[in-house]
Design a protein around this ligand. Structure first.
Ligand code: ZN
Length: 636
């Protein structure tokens, strides 16, 4: 039962009856600083501990957010209290009768979806970066006061968050203005500064907050209020994006079955010159994109650019997570332990299957054509086939090791790691096509997803591998255990060359044609033997740097190392721009003299040129009638 917290933070901000009251102030935006107060009505009589998460759910890397806390102080009724740190994330305050007030300053200069960023133009933060958990009281309801900044420049700023607002009937004291531009009207108006609340600490950190001058579009999907907030300058057609988002959301709600599992949803999109990323939450998502990813302003041309298609795929991906990973969860995430790594071998399901469905949802909702979908699918296959690490690591192993490997890539990553996103998506594809084939089109992976939602997501029960396989066996009406375990624990390629033709499409492989060739389309020079050095090349001031050297490629066999800078082939200067042209003078089996710099030392190596691997996929429709009859890529 909440008790009344009469504290400086809550008393001055009409927070009402909450045992824990936070206040987040734009303190010194020019120094990227937020000031966050936490008021605890009944602190632990033995001395209160407060702790900041070491990671943020959805991004599986220990990020040590506590390193950005630049000051910490504690007092009770104005009397300063002593404190000390007990570990890198935890502060221990001396016993007091209460209420206890803790004040921190947080440095916020991380322009990503995972942290916090504050400057004079806006503020964005995740709760994991700014809200100290009150140890022992994590289940208590909390209030959050966001006072309007006093700075004149921010007078017309608004607030976007899926945190619940106090409404007029809620426990606040109307008319009690606090500071700056905060007024009683703003206390209850949507998108305004004022008072918010959360059920507990886990709920509190699920709702990132944006403050600033943003573009706001509100829309409705199946009776649920949705909004798109766009921060940052752009020249795109927001109306088109809203229209397309509506179709994506509607398709996903129908996919899992109405009603949606949330009563509100917010897309928080920040557009920059060069950025890409998304992070899922229970009632919102934070997204980063390039301004060129936005749809062009309408000129009567309805074609989707590749970049806009990628942005829509990102939106579909994060929204799909509202079901898969925010509500259908691995047992080990219930609840999250935010002080250390939370291991699961199931990221191939939570990220891989979500990656399979993100593009498929674009097709199912009619936003992209079948051909466009098959191009995206072939690009995913290309990424997997270009990763030698798939023979060293399974997707289940990759899931467990996400914390130290997938999230901490280095020059050897392609040789040692497989992405649970891309190969996980192909596991989903293989399973989907198999279920469709063996049931003559009556059952599919959609049935597996819906059962996962009904039995685990809706019921709030944690998931493990055995439960996933049991549901697959149930949908297949046969024992798929051995085959499926091969997919997720095995290191062989998935049987796509056999499965895709049964849907009326054929998968082809060819050699890569240039650095920008991501697959998805037939090649221009197919049939012409092409050469490979077996490296990922990147521009360098004096030549071409080997960013990565692939397992068993020509360069590795000749002793070339990642980091080496190639400067000449047989005495001819090479650059990223002319490398393909120079190599084009040679044939498979030719031996070339390669001059390189390793650090500051000039070396020469003889390289025997190999044929380029056939690792670039494209898919063609062989039998339109068969494809349509199977239903796999039909609109929903
Ligand atoms: Zn994801």
């Amino acid at each position: 039962m909440p008790i009344q917290a009469r504290s400086p933070a809550s008393a001055s901000s009409s927070a009402g009856f909450y045992p824990i009251a936070y206040q987040v102030e734009l303190h010194r935006p020019e120094a990227h600083l937020l000031r966050v107060q936490c008021e605890i009505a009944q602190p632990d009589p033995a001395g209160q501990a407060l702790r900041l998460p070491a990671w943020i759910p959805g991004s599986y890397l220990i990020r040590e957010f506590a390193r950005h806390i630049v000051s910490f102080s504690a007092d009770s009724a104005g009397q300063p209290l002593r404190w000390h740190k007990t570990d890198k994330n935890t502060w221990q305050v001396q016993p007091c009768a209460g209420p206890l007030r803790v004040t921190i300053e947080v440095y916020c200069n991380d322009m990503s979806v995972r942290g916090a960023h504050v400057d004079s133009s806006h503020a964005f933060f995740n709760g994991t970066s700014v809200f100290l958990a009150v140890v022992g009281q994590e289940d208590q309801p909390v209030s959050v006061h966001l006072p309007a900044p006093a700075q004149m420049a921010s007078a017309s700023w608004r607030v976007a968050t899926a945190l619940r607002r106090h409404d007029a009937s809620g426990p606040h004291e109307p008319g009690q203005a606090v500071s700056g531009h905060d007024t009683s009207r703003q206390q209850t108006a949507p998108w305004a500064f004022g008072h918010y609340h959360a059920d507990n600490y886990a709920d509190l950190i699920e709702h990132p907050v944006e403050m600033g001058l943003f573009e706001l579009h509100e829309f409705d999907v199946q009776g649920v209020p949705h909004a798109l907030v766009i921060s940052g300058r752009h020249y795109g057609d927001s109306t088109r994006l809203v229209h397309d988002l509506q179709r994506i959301c509607d398709t996903e709600i129908r996919f899992f079955g109405a009603p949606a599992p949330f009563d509100r949803y917010l897309f928080l999109l920040t557009v920059l010159d060069d950025a890409y990323g998304g992070l899922e939450h229970t009632h919102s998502t934070a997204l980063l994109a390039c301004r060129d990813d936005m749809p062009a302003r309408s000129s009567g041309n309805n074609a989707l650019s590749d970049r806009y298609r990628t942005l829509l795929g990102l939106c579909a991906h994060e929204y799909f997570h509202s079901w898969l990973v925010k509500r259908i969860q691995p047992e080990s995430f219930r609840p999250y332990d935010l002080s250390q790594e939370n291991y699961t071998s199931l990221l191939w399901l939570f990220e891989g299957f979500t990656s399979y469905y993100d593009d498929l949802i674009l097709r199912r909702s009619g936003l992209i054509s079948t051909e466009s979908y098959l191009e995206l699918l072939a690009q995913t296959i290309t990424r997997v086939w270009r990763t030698p690490g798939r023979f060293r690591q399974s997707v289940a192993e990759s899931s467990v090791d996400a914390w130290t490997r997938f999230y901490r890539p280095d020059e050897n990553t392609p040789n040692s790691v497989i992405s649970y996103y891309t190969k996980g998506a192909l596991v989903a594809l293989s399973l989907d096509l198999q279920l469709r084939q063996e049931s003559a089109g009556l059952r599919s992976l959609d049935d597996v997803m819906q059962l996962l939602w009904q039995r685990f997501g809706k019921a709030g029960t944690g998931l493990d591998e055995a439960a996933v396989i049991a549901i697959i066996n149930e949908v297949a009406a046969s024992d798929q255990t051995y085959r499926f375990q091969q997919y997720i624990w095995g290191r062989e390629d998935l049987p796509l060359l056999d499965l895709l033709p049964q849907q009326g499409v054929a998968l082809h492989f060819r050699a890569q044609e240039g650095a920008s060739d991501n697959g998805g389309k037939p090649g221009r020079n197919e049939g012409v033997a092409s050469l490979s050095l077996g490296i990922k090349a990147q521009a360098h001031a004096v030549g071409v740097q080997c960013a990565q050297v692939f397992e068993n490629g020509a360069a590795q066999q000749a002793g070339i190392s990642a980091g080496d800078v190639m400067i000449a082939i047989d005495g001819w200067r090479i650059t990223v721009a002319n490398l393909d042209t120079v190599l084009g003078r040679y044939a498979v089996g030719d031996r070339i003299m390669l001059h390189i710099f390793r650090r500051d030392e000039l070396q020469q190596h003889v390289v025997c040129l190999q044929p380029a691997a056939l690792d670039t996929a494209y898919i063609v429709i062989d039998d339109t009638e068969k494809l349509h009859a199977g239903g796999w890529l039909n609109e929903m």
